[in-house]
Design a protein around this ligand. Structure first.
Ligand code: HEC
Length: 222
């Protein structure tokens, strides 16, 4: 006759079975989460954008629209508001092909020049310089930078700054001149504007609070 177990906690077969069940459950959960995430982060299409179907990551042509940022009381966080007004960059609407090529060049430039060495993009990168996830929505590009850079629009001010950050410093910490060409700078503006349209569940936290402080006439604190 087999010796009776003193307790289930000392039974080897109990632990073997538990391990098999936990591993099986975790595997199924991870597979489900992976598919759920792919659905959430898949880039939308121009068609969806035109029809007003919301996607967490909108199509590149989102850069043809005005992008706002609003507190969503139901979710308890800030979320981008796309359109409905158009606000094309550099005075010209981009076709889906042009927009996706510009976005691609912008992304490659951000990698080649290693913006993440100093800045954070969508949660990745350094904390030396301001977070760039919502940089396009920083009111300084409308309010102060056009005058400082002697340009007329938000996007031209950003191009001027990206090509010559050493001339238009606004912080004690300085951004070096990275030898960015005009074409690359324009593509980076497309990249940054597109990134600001991504619904990041309110990341970075408290961004529009600083925007409101700025509107109220306070200094813009990063
Ligand atoms: C060596 C560090 C460094 C690198 C690399 C760098 N930056 Fe910066 N950047 C800074 C610092 C510091 C500031 C703040 C200085 C200022 O605004 O004058 C800044 C400011 C900015 C701003 C204005 C911030 C705002 O709130 O809107 C933008 C936009 C920007 N950088 C974009 C880029 C992009 C795009 C790249 C990559 C192509 C890049 N930076 C690479 C250090 C860096």
């Amino acid at each position: 006759m087999a010796k009776k177990q003193a307790s289930v906690w000392t039974s080897i077969s109990f632990w073997r079975r538990s391990a098999a069940w936990v591993t099986g459950f975790a595997t199924i959960l991870l597979i489900w989460l992976t598919f759920d995430t792919i659905g959430q982060i898949r880039m939308g299409t121009n068609d969806e954008l035109v029809k007003g179907i919301k996607r967490r990551v909108p199509a590149p042509t989102v850069v043809n629209y005005k992008i706002g940022y609003k507190y969503d009381a139901k979710r308890g966080l800030e979320a981008p508001v796309i359109g409905p007004q158009k606000q094309p960059l550099f005075g010209k609407e981009l076709s889906p092909k042009e927009a996706s090529e510009m976005l691609h060049l912008g992304k490659l430039t951000s990698q080649a020049k290693n913006c993440m060495d100093c800045h954070t993009l969508l949660g990745n990168g350094g904390y030396y310089a301001p977070d760039l996830t919502k940089a396009w929505l920083d009111p300084m590009w409308e309010k102060t930078m056009p005058a400082i850079t002697n340009t007329k629009t938000k996007e031209d001010a950003m191009v001027a700054f990206l090509m010559h950050p050493e001339l238009f410093a606004t912080h004690a910490r300085r951004m070096p001149n990275l030898g960015i060409t005009k074409k690359e700078a324009k593509a980076l503006v497309v990249f940054l504007k597109h990134m600001s349209s991504i619904d990041t569940n309110g990341y970075p936290r408290g961004f529009s609070k600083t925007v409101e402080q700025y509107k109220a006439g306070g200094t813009y604190a990063k």
